[in-house]
Design a protein around this ligand. Sequence first.
Ligand code: NAP
Ligand code: ZN
Length: 352
Amino acid sequence: MYQAKAYSVASATAPFTSDTVQRRETTQRDVRIEILFCGVCHSDLHTVRDEWSSIMPTTYPCIPGHEIVGRVTKVGTAVTKFKKDDLVGVGCMVDSDHTCPNCSDGLEQFCPGGTFTYNSPDKHLGGVTYGGYSESIVVDERFVLNIPANLDPAGVAPLLCAGITTYSPIHRWGDLKGKKVGIVGLGGLGHMGVKFARAFGAHVVVFTTSPGKKEDALRLGAHEVIISSNAEEMRAQAGTFNFILDTIAAHHDINAYINMLGRDGNITLVGAPETPLQVSAFALLFGRKSLSGSLIGGIAETQEMLDFCGEHNITSDVEIIPIQKINEAYERLLKSEVKYRFSIDMASLKAE
Ligand code: NAP
Ligand code: ZN
């Protein structure tokens, strides 16, 4: 084992403070990575504040971070995919059982024996796993991704969660050329959703609570922007959408967006508010509409998404912060103020 610098929280109400984390020595299949950038996902905040306690209670201390980009510093003797100095990524998962039907189908995110990057039982060291708000991490090579060389590492980090979480359902929907797609919420996930939906040829409409984000939404690729508090603008769009991706992190009235769907339209939830949403049966019945959910994506699909981003020059719009600003960053995340993802420059941790 060795010690790495990190930032942790001691409880649901404590701020982040400087800490250290025990990492395992590289076993045969492991890759040791010096972390360059780590994105700040709203899931980090939900977990740190134990907002998902009824589903996935948080074990403290907690070190979040699952949008990791770094350089390989060491590889185990059986590692074949990576070598020292490669630029690599790690997302929300670091292991799975490799044998269940979900793993066989390349959907490791649904593996009942899977290991998430943080706050998940650690098969190697006991206790729980610790994430990317740290100077290094050791990961099984099967959960390490190749990063296209032409992309900026700070803007790539958020692709490892926000990217795959939006790419997967948008891509799975089918041929989007000429279809009308709504993206609800222009935050970390939402702004990636706009980029992907546009890249797949859809007519993209953003629904936002923030009038100040209108210009950005258009620059990011939206064709139209609707301020969700404007009843008239909302009414004019009712019944016209083929597909809507709901990325809202907080409690909201999903029926307002189900009403936007046309016949056989689908709304997919990726946002994970802490309290249940109330769905009107009638909103779904009339028009044979469907409501579904989606969770990140498998490892092969994550690599496919990264390669797609390499080909189309797609990265996240990031505000780079030092780790010392992380508490302030969380407060701004809660105010929907981030444009559009914080990416922590881990070089700042060396000064601790
Ligand atoms: P984020 O950057 O905070 O963006 C969420 C956006 O939702 C905000 O920017 C805001 O957009 C909108 N919003 C926030 N509060 C709202 C409210 N009360 N009513 C209406 N709109 C509101 O968060 P994120 O990192 O994109 O994550 C979004 C959600 O997805 C979180 O719940 C996160 O845990 C979840 N998530 C799920 C997966 C998955 O696999 N399914 C993966 C990652 C994250 P506007 O300013 O435009 O209104
Ligand atoms: Zn995430």
